[in-house]
Design a protein around this ligand. Structure first.
Ligand code: PLP
Length: 465
């Protein structure tokens, strides 16, 4: 392909994109295909001869698109959102086109410097004090893994990377039972092990971990010869939005000199609104590490996860490695690859720059406030359906419900709703029972889209019950 063809196809694909987004409401939200159906339509062997772009694009339309679930659909209420606001998509097009690998300052100074400024803009937007720095990672899972590795290294006086941890007494990590599975996985990957992840039951309206129970678990572990290494708190758990009260957890961490990480992958975006900070983030500035994903609710196209660090030194001590070929000379610069596990880095900060400038913080706050208010309205409407039960009240814009019947009936209703395609919901578990989750957060959703969940659920229920 020459660059004139590239320009022509870029324009055609941009037009295709605008049309796609303008007609999204007419498509079923979740892909309506069966496993293996798409693969069957692809040739088994790679082509020996070049094919032209018209043929490739036609196949994309006819083979690939029917197998896509539409995450930007305004009636996507499943999982958590992965919003891609149009300005952030444009930034990604530029990043894809320049195609730089931004591992060191000198491999693209602008990428490093825009990243530093964007992390600081978001630090201010989230009300974190000056002094917090940070880094953009691909995902919250990576940020949490970095934090758990830092906990491990700090607890072993930074000898674990060299000596391994096999000879150590068990290192222990503490969290509530509302955390995301990325915390479990971080414990697997760091060699700490699932059995050394201690989960404290979440209680009360926000399903938060009890600080006294946490303290007691740590003391019992010390008495048994284990080595506590860190505490992970949550704001906005994946299941039902479980959120810890931060101050008492930090007090326990301080008493035992433990490193602390806060997973706010989803709910962190809402903290650009001061009223939600007051409600959820009292004392947040005591955490050593905080992760939130602008690629979830804020509108920065996937992938974009920010890890804020009160002091970057412990994480750098755990992760920095500098072979000769990566050494940079001259003035002191920031090389963000030293802060993370992967070496190679995309220029993720550009989409934040485009996004925040295009909407302003006020535009983004309005969306989030609307989502929270509409989730409350929808919850009240679902509550009126005969025999339906609200299993967890809205935490920000996430709530859950059950229809009459057993767990199998909940799944039947979810499957029937998603086969229908007008909306997309997913199931979860809470206190040993299956629940149906609803989160409101898609960037283009309207109150009408949200309230449609009530009528679709009512409609489908009539056929399922
Ligand atoms: N933490 C929470 C609370 C989540 O809900 C999720 C994913 O939904 C994650 C972490 C993992 O996020 P990522 O996909 O960025 O690794």
């Amino acid at each position: 392909m020459n660059w004139d063809d590239f320009a022509s196809w870029s324009k055609r694909i941009a037009d295709w994109g605008a049309q796609y987004h303008k007609t999204l409401r007419d498509r079923p939200v979740r892909a309506q295909t069966k496993p293996g159906e798409i693969a069957l339509k692809l040739p088994k062997n790679p082509p020996q001869q070049a094919e032209d772009m018209s043929t490739i694009m036609a196949d994309f339309d006819s083979i690939v698109m029917p197998g896509m679930t539409h995450w930007q659909h305004p009636r996507f209420f499943a999982y958590f959102p992965a919003n891609a606001a149009p300005p952030s998509m444009l930034a990604e097009q530029l990043v894809n086109t320049v195609a730089a690998q931004c591992m060191l300052w000198q491999t693209s100074p602008a990428a490093t410097e825009v990243e530093g400024v964007m992390v600081d803009w978001l630090r201010q937007a989230l009300g974190l004090p000056e002094g917090f720095t940070g880094v953009i990672q691909d995902s919250a899972s990576s940020a949490t893994l970095s934090a758990v590795l830092t906990m491990r290294e700090r607890a072993t006086s930074y000898t674990g990377n060299r000596e391994g941890i096999a000879a150590r007494s068990h290192l222990r990590i503490y969290c509530s039972d509302q955390v995301h599975s990325s915390i479990d996985r971080a414990c697997w990957v760091t060699g700490i092990g699932q059995d050394n992840l201690v989960k404290i039951a979440g209680t009360g309206p926000r399903h938060s971990m009890d600080a006294d129970a946490l303290d007691a678990a740590i003391k019992a572990d010390i008495a048994e010869g284990h080595t506590p290494a860190g505490i992970i708190a949550i704001t906005g758990g994946t299941g039902v939005g479980g959120s810890d009260e931060l101050g008492p957890i930090l007090a326990v961490a301080k008493a035992h000199d433990l490193y602390t990480h806060l997973d706010a992958a989803w709910a962190g975006s809402a903290m650009i609104c001061p009223e939600f900070r007051d409600a959820f983030w009292q004392d947040v500035d005591g955490f050593d590490s905080i992760v939130f994903n602008p690629h979830k609710w804020l509108g920065a196209q996937f992938d974009c996860s920010i890890q804020f660090l009160r002091d970057a030194t412990p994480q750098l001590n755990a992760l920095k490695i500098e072979p000769e070929y990566l050494k940079t000379t001259g003035e002191a610069v920031t090389n963000y690859s030293e802060w993370t596990i992967p070496l190679g880095r995309r220029f993720r900060a550009l989409k934040l720059w485009f996004l925040i400038r295009s909407y302003g913080l006020e535009g983004l706050q309005t969306r989030i406030r609307n989502h929270v208010a509409w989730a409350e309205d929808l919850c009240r409407a679902i509550e009126t359906l005969e025999g339906f039960e609200i299993t967890t009240q809205p935490i920000l814009s996430l709530f859950s419900f059950r229809c009459p019947g057993d767990d199998a009936m909940q799944q039947r209703l979810v499957d029937a709703i998603n086969d229908d395609g007008r909306i997309y919901l997913t199931q979860g578990a809470f206190q040993g029972r299956k629940i149906i989750r609803v989160q409101v957060g898609q960037f283009d959703t309207t109150r009408d889209d949200v309230m449609m969940v009530h009528s679709v659920v009512q409609d489908i229920w009539e056929n399922v019950k």
